[in-house]
Design a protein around this ligand. Structure first.
Ligand code: ADP
Ligand code: MG
Length: 288
């Protein structure tokens, strides 16, 4: 039978907006020494804004934005929202067909009879597009139409208000290492990692690379130490499942992530991770 104290712990957590799916996860939290984060939507708000638009010769900023908005029409990635919001015109949905989301890369779609690609450098390389690298610091969306590069859009996201406090609280609670995993550009990852004083940053990762990073960490750590992964997106599902404890942030979180997680933070605050750890510690004291 399950010790009563654990129910107390689950109850205390739920009062703080933390849903724990079983008492075993509270117990596991006590052994967590590594906290691994996804970036977008977890440590950052996941609300991007367009900073600048670069065009290839012969194309206007409006055209680049319009193609991008069409490509992003059906995507629920935070990147897509920012591009749709920045586009002032009307999108005629009937012009779009063959929508394809390429995980960790971007979008491919047909607009009338033209093939539009919108995504990162990996997508441009994969599709053999002769593109111009945009060296600005920010998340860059490259756009190509019928295999021709037409421009790029730089967008940026903001760090969540309590993300820095969250990292500090974890350190105070004896977490050995904090790690950030992101599919975004290295420059962006490094900048945010430095601002938040995160110990390790791994960028430009595909969803399966994120799982591999957890596996590498698993080999480095001591046997009894546990890894907590905190993520938000649909892409995070395999990582949530692979970590010893998977935690989803519910604020913006995708249903699939909430389903795959062991613990769900119902708010948008990363500092709740530390709250969960301290509830787990207190629960243990009551039980034993
Ligand atoms: P993360 O949550 O770490 O940003 P994702 O796997 O969700 O990782 O995305 C990785 C990268 O893939 C993004 O930074 C972006 O470059 C590209 N990408 C993903 N979805 C889209 C999209 N809808 N439009 C354009 N690029 C995208
Ligand atoms: Mg994500």
């Amino acid at each position: 039978s399950i010790p009563l104290g654990f129910f107390g712990g689950i109850g205390a957590a739920s009062k703080k907006g933390i849903l724990v799916k079983g008492s075993n996860y509270l117990e596991a939290l006590n052994a967590v020494k590594y906290v691994v984060f996804d970036k977008t939507g977890t440590l950052t708000r996941g609300v991007f804004e367009v900073d600048s638009i670069h065009t290839a010769s012969g194309f206007s900023e409006e055209e680049v934005l319009e193609y991008a908005a069409y490509a992003e029409m059906h995507s629920n990635h935070p990147i897509a929202d920012s591009i749709r919001n920045a586009f002032p015109g009307k999108i005629l949905e009937e012009r779009i067909s063959e929508y394809q989301e390429i995980s960790g890369h971007g979008i491919s779609v047909k607009l009338d009879d033209r093939v539009v690609l919108a995504g990162n450098q990996k997508l441009m390389v994969k599709e053999n597009i002769d593109y111009v690298q945009n060296k600005e610091i920010g998340t860059v969306i490259y756009i190509a139409v019928n295999q021709e590069f037409i421009g790029s859009i730089v967008i940026s996201d903001q760090i969540k208000d309590d993300a820095k406090k969250a990292i500090q609280l974890l350190k105070e609670q004896g977490i050995k290492k904090t790690v950030m995993l992101t599919g975004d550009a290295k420059k962006v990852g490094d900048k945010i990692g430095a601002l938040l004083q995160i110990d390790e940053v791994h960028a430009e990762l595909l969803p399966q690379n994120k799982v591999e990073e957890i596996e590498k960490l698993d080999e480095r750590k001591q046997v009894k130490e546990k890894i907590l992964f905190v993520g938000d997106g649909i892409n995070d599902t395999p990582v949530l499942a692979r970590a010893d404890v998977g935690m989803a942030m519910g604020g913006l979180g995708a249903d699939a992530a909430i389903e795959a997680a062991d613990i769900v933070i119902m708010t948008d605050e990363p500092s709740k991770i530390a709250t969960a750890l301290s509830i787990a510690k207190r629960t243990r004291r009551i039980v034993w």
